[in-house]
Ligand binder design. Structure first.
Ligand SMILES: [Mg+2]
Length: 384
């Protein structure tokens, strides 16, 4: 099997109302898919969650010429080649996300050519992994309680909420969700990087009293010292990693003793290959792995394959904000029952893209996105 060409697809939609969180008002969402077309007719599917225009440029202008004519199942060697050629401007950020989309598509093709699902190729025994609902953005406590109860009704047993309100509002929000889901379900709290060490320590004690499953990203990703200091003072598990890239980046966090749970995202950190390397490193120090996923069903599926293969894989994130890239993109949509996401036993990632949905949301010019806030990216001063 040889690579014939690579196709980058940018998807964008606007919310009717959007949502509010510590980062501001999110009005729209974007994501990037990368398809590897081969001479055998097989197509590999991958996803990158970063700036779509830059993903497109790196994939098409720098990486595609290196890959065309190569065997896509020769994953480790292609990964090294992509990393080496981009190292002097890459290593972190969008370059790793672009490499990761290609890597994930290569895993899909390796599975298809061997007739085996990726979770099995990675050493997994079962096609299931625990999943959690990622939602509960900024709302009054009563609305949060109502939403949390609905997520449990829909089959989730774990929910993640956003904090960063500050002061007493954080506590009221957590209490409302804890009461709504009861003691048997789990709640995770995302700090959205909005805390000082002192405020995080005081909040973390309250979170521990409420049996919160993890406290995510209380600080900016560069502030590793604060993670280390907080971890020494509190009992609630600390999680982070959505803004970290590559094995080297995670090694720094792990060596420092910054975290209890690492959150590599295959669509950001360097693909299934790099997420698995990070997970293997985490295992040697007794840490658990719970990948971040916030963009589309391809990314969630890639991360779920990794989690399903790991003895120390905790759970995978499923966006429940009403995102069509999560709910409609796949012919066979993701389904969570009794807290478990079940992957297909079909070869590769075991997914098929819905062409009507691709067409509906496909953006022709990824280099010039319409102004708006895309949850993690902002285009246009009016949205600052
Ligand atoms: Mg987060």
């Amino acid at each position: 099997m040889k690579i014939d060409h690579l196709e980058t697809i940018t998807l964008r939609f606007e919310y009717a109302d959007g949502f509010r969180y510590a980062g501001g008002q999110c009005t729209a969402r974007v994501t990037s898919l990368v398809l590897i077309h081969t001479d055998s007719g097989q197509v590999g599917i991958g996803a990158a969650y970063s700036h779509p225009g830059l993903v497109h440029l790196i994939v098409q202008e720098q990486l595609a010429p290196l890959l065309i004519g190569e065997d896509p199942t020769d994953i480790e060697s292609l990964w090294r080649r992509m990393y080496r050629i981009t190292r002097w401007y890459g290593r972190k950020g969008v370059t790793m996300s672009a490499i990761g989309a290609i890597d994930t598509a290569c895993w899909d093709l390796r599975g298809k050519s061997l007739g085996k699902p990726v979770w099995q190729l990675l050493g997994g025994e079962q096609p299931t992994c625990p999943a959690y609902a990622s939602a509960l953005l900024w709302k009054p406590p009563a609305a949060l309680a109502e939403e949390a109860a609905k997520l449990i009704e829909c089959g989730f047993r774990r929910v993640k909420m956003r904090l960063g309100y500050g002061g007493e509002v954080d506590r009221l929000a957590v209490s409302a969700v804890r009461e709504a889901i009861g003691p048997k379900c789990d709640v995770m709290c995302d700090g959205s990087m909005r805390y000082s060490l002192q405020d995080a320590a005081s909040l973390a004690d309250f979170l521990a009293e409420n049996n919160v499953f993890w406290f995510e990203e209380p600080f900016e990703p560069e502030d590793i010292d604060s993670y280390v200091a907080l971890r020494a003072r509190v009992s609630v598990p600390l999680a982070a990693g959505e803004n970290e890239f590559g094995l080297q980046g995670f090694r720094e966090l792990i060596r420092a003793g910054a975290l209890d749970i690492v959150q590599p995202d295959a669509s950001r950190c360097g693909g299934i290959t790099e997420a698995k390397r990070v997970a293997d490193l985490a295992q040697t120090t007794g840490l658990r792995v719970a990948p971040h996923s916030w963009s589309d069903a391809v990314a969630i599926t890639a991360n779920a394959h990794v989690v399903a293969s790991l003895p120390h894989g905790v759970t995978v994130e499923v966006d429940q904000t009403g995102n069509p890239f999560v709910e409609e993109l796949l012919v066979e949509p993701l389904a969570v029952r009794d807290g478990q996401l079940t992957l297909s036993k079909a070869p590769g990632l075991g997914i098929e893209l819905n062409p009507t949905v691709l067409q509906r949301y496909r953006l022709q010019d990824p280099l010039h996105l319409p102004d708006g806030s895309y949850s993690d990216m902002i285009f246009g001063k009016a949205f600052l």
